[in-house]
Design a protein around this ligand. Structure first.
Ligand SMILES: [Zn+2]
Length: 444
């Protein structure tokens, strides 16, 4: 039988998070059509391309459930700064970006994602959407993107808020024009930046419209105490209760961060099947999430980077920071150090992300019929081998540089760490020039 691509002689991480050696994957078009022992697959198929992946682990690509591609040229600014950084740094920076800078940011961000093994991501809001969408399309990644949406101008720089009617119109027009762009790889979601910057009317309307259009809604939730205190002071409800009163909680809601939650908040997220995404290294400047409780209650949890401005786009680093912060908080005080096991972490960074993007039937695991969104990790290295348990070692000691190759929708985006869809040298050169311009502008 003919297939487009036969990947063979590698280890494969299967859907139950087990590693099988001497395995292979068969791809036709965008999809995985077979998985099994290399020798058997080789007998069965004649391939357009054969990729010998000896010494590598084939696994589903990481899914970054919450990032800001537009903040790629803010790298290095916010470390060691006092809160609340998004008001003092991120928002003024975003408000000043030109369409060309957004294009450059998005391409640089996609470049870093490809080299970090991230095959799909959810962008939490951009200003100039056309250059952003065109850049993601060129890079070849999978994404759900949103337009930054706020209708309360107080505390925001000029240009970062619009009238309620304009916000609604812009979200819907973007959806109608660009949803399923790039052969379905790019989805348009609706956005509420946060309860601090959106009116109840806007939140209620966008949540309702997202349901009507069968798309998702992305927001920052319970990240800072100011948002919890704000709804308590204004409406005598905690933030999650307030969102529930507006009918905004539902299975299509991607709630980023979810740090400052009480038991009732968590119960509401569970009852409404809200998809939680933590951004560990960003979150740890604000608090420690109650993730073991959420997982125990069956809440879907994914991981995100929160963009390069915070700490770069390494999912491996998010995983290790998350694991150790969870152990020290929920493990050590109760003699329960197995509170965040390696398989749970790996599942969060892949399948958890797929659920957050509403695409768990298509991506997030290596299974027949799913999209061929794969990464190939060089496991024959002294920091990973020899090992008694490859998944444990990968979650503790894996690095972005270990990701040697990537494909999305069955198309190669990187081989031997050479990105095939973007010009790395040119982007780094342009990025360095641009960051000087931005620095001068920010410093006034
Ligand atoms: Zn964010």
């Amino acid at each position: 039988m003919y297939c487009d691509c036969l990947i063979k002689d590698c280890s494969v991480l299967t859907a139950n998070y087990e590693v099988h050696n001497d395995y292979g994957i068969v791809i036709s078009g965008k999809k995985i059509i077979d998985i099994g022992r290399s020798a058997e697959l080789q007998e069965k198929y004649s391939a357009g391309e054969t990729y010998i992946a000896q010494g590598k682990l084939a696994m589903p690509g990481f899914i970054d459930g919450h990032t800001h591609t537009s903040q790629q040229l803010l790298r290095g600014v916010i470390s060691d700064e006092y809160p609340i950084i998004y008001r003092r740094f991120n928002m003024p920076y975003e408000a000043s970006l030109t369409p060309d800078e957004v294009r450059l940011c998005t391409e640089l961000s996609c470049l870093e994602m490809i080299k970090s093994g991230i095959t799909a991501f959810a962008d939490a809001g951009g200003t100039f959407m056309v250059p952003m969408i065109e850049s993601i399309s060129k890079a070849g990644l999978r994404a759900t993107v949103t337009k930054a949406t706020s209708d309360i101008s107080e505390g925001l720089p000029q240009g970062m808020s619009e009238s309620t009617a304009e916000c609604i119109k812009n979200n819907e027009e973007l959806f109608l024009q660009y949803n399923n762009h790039s052969d379905g790889r790019i989805k348009i979601w609706f956005q509420i930046r946060s309860v601090a910057s959106c009116t109840g009317e806007l939140i209620e309307t966008l949540a309702q419209m997202a349901r009507q259009h069968n798309t998702g809604l992305h927001m920052h939730m319970s990240e800072y105490s100011e948002s919890v205190l704000l709804t308590l002071n204004k409406f005598n409800m905690r933030e999650v209760e307030y969102l529930d009163s507006l009918n905004a909680l539902g299975p299509n809601l991607l709630a980023a961060h979810c740090i400052l939650l009480n038991d009732r908040d968590i119960r509401l997220l569970q009852e409404n099947d809200v998809k939680v995404v933590h951004c560990p290294r960003s979150n740890l400047g604000k608090g420690v999430t109650k993730t073991p409780q959420m997982i125990e209650m069956g809440i879907s949890v994914g991981l995100g980077t929160d963009g390069t401005a915070h700490s770069g786009l390494s999912m491996f680093k998010e995983i290790t920071a998350f694991k150790h912060s969870q152990i020290v908080t929920w493990g050590v005080p109760y003699a329960d150090n197995a509170v965040m096991p390696a398989k749970t972490l790996l599942r969060m960074a892949t399948y958890g992300g797929a659920k957050a993007l509403g695409q768990e039937k298509e991506i997030g695991t290596i299974e027949i019929g799913k999209k061929a969104d794969l990464i190939f990790i060089d496991i024959d290295q002294p920091h990973l081998q020899p090992t008694h348990n490859l998944i444990n070692s990968l979650m503790e000691a894996g690095e972005s540089a270990d990701v040697k190759a990537m494909m999305v929708d069955g198309n190669w985006l990187m081989k031997d760490r050479c990105v095939l869809t973007l010009d790395e040298e040119r982007l780094l050169f342009e990025g360095k020039n641009s960051i000087n311009v931005i620095n001068k502008r920010m410093m006034g």
